[in-house]
Design a protein around this ligand. Structure first.
Ligand SMILES: [Zn+2]
Length: 261
């Protein structure tokens, strides 16, 4: 009888630990099949992949992201599964050629319905479309739902969520400085910084058609160029071939591109 009692007690404690641990994690109500349907209908990058690359290298990583990151809509914002898939895909796309790389610096994505200011006032006149949290908001990303959706609807070479995830990749080595040390070959760091500064000069002198925001600093340069690289690669390869080749070495090193085409 005593043994039975202790077994029952043990089972009770185990169940409590299991459920309390579970409640601290994000409970995803979406199935893999539902996520796959959204990938098939809404993510061009995924659709363009060969079948052999879709599951392991993309879908599984999107599912993992959705199951481990909390999505919080604030104010009038109301996100759907589509938004979660857009965000998770934006996380996977820049790291597609780094299958063993996993984000350790994002736990939550906070969503506003429109653009916002530094006090998180939301209004379509405000200019912030997304940001990577610092200090108390460390491990958090803030995104405008409008900007997120437009990034995947329009084909102008802008994608806010990819931009912010590239900042997170850049941040993983401890500092957001335009040099993603886990991705860039070491011997390329100096030439990359030289190239950034020269191109920033060209942008400031209006000698390019690149988004002038890229000239803000090295970190913004990397994030803006990554948007072009993944959204409008032909614009870069045609007008800025050297820059394109450098980004290719950063985001798709030769050892992986041989395999992935
Ligand atoms: Zn930025």
């Amino acid at each position: 009888m005593a043994i039975f009692f202790f077994l029952l007690l043990f089972a009770g404690i185990a169940y409590f630990l299991y459920t309390s641990q579970k409640s601290t994690k994000k409970a995803s109500s979406h199935t893999e099949t539902e996520i796959e349907q959204v990938l098939n209908s809404s993510i061009d990058f995924y659709q363009a992949l060969p079948v052999s690359e879709k599951k392991e290298n993309f879908k599984n990583r999107v599912v993992h992201f959705i199951q481990h990151v909390r999505f919080t809509s604030v104010g009038k914002a109301k996100h759907t599964l589509l938004d979660e898939v857009l965000i998770a895909s934006s996380a996977v796309i820049p790291l597609f050629h780094f299958p063993n790389w996993e984000y350790r610096n994002i736990h939550e994505v906070i969503l506003y319905d429109d653009h916002f200011d530094h006090q998180y006032n939301v209004d379509n006149d405000h200019h912030i479309m997304g940001m990577v949290g610092e200090g108390a908001l460390n491990n958090t990303m803030v995104l405008s739902l409008r900007a997120l959706r437009e990034g995947f609807e329009k084909t102008e070479g802008t994608n806010t969520a990819i931009h912010e995830f590239v900042h997170l990749i850049d941040k993983a080595d401890g500092v957001i400085d335009g040099v993603p040390e886990y991705l860039i070959p070491k011997k390329m760091i100096e030439p990359w910084l030289r190239h950034i500064r020269a191109t920033m000069q060209d942008i400031m002198q209006h000698e390019t058609q690149l988004n002038p925001y890229a000239a803000t600093n090295e970190a913004e340069f990397l994030a803006v160029m990554a948007e072009y690289f993944f959204e409008k690669p032909t614009l870069l390869s045609r007008n800025h071939p050297e820059l394109y080749t450098m980004l290719q070495k950063i985001f798709s090193p030769p050892s992986t591109t041989e395999k992935n085409g």
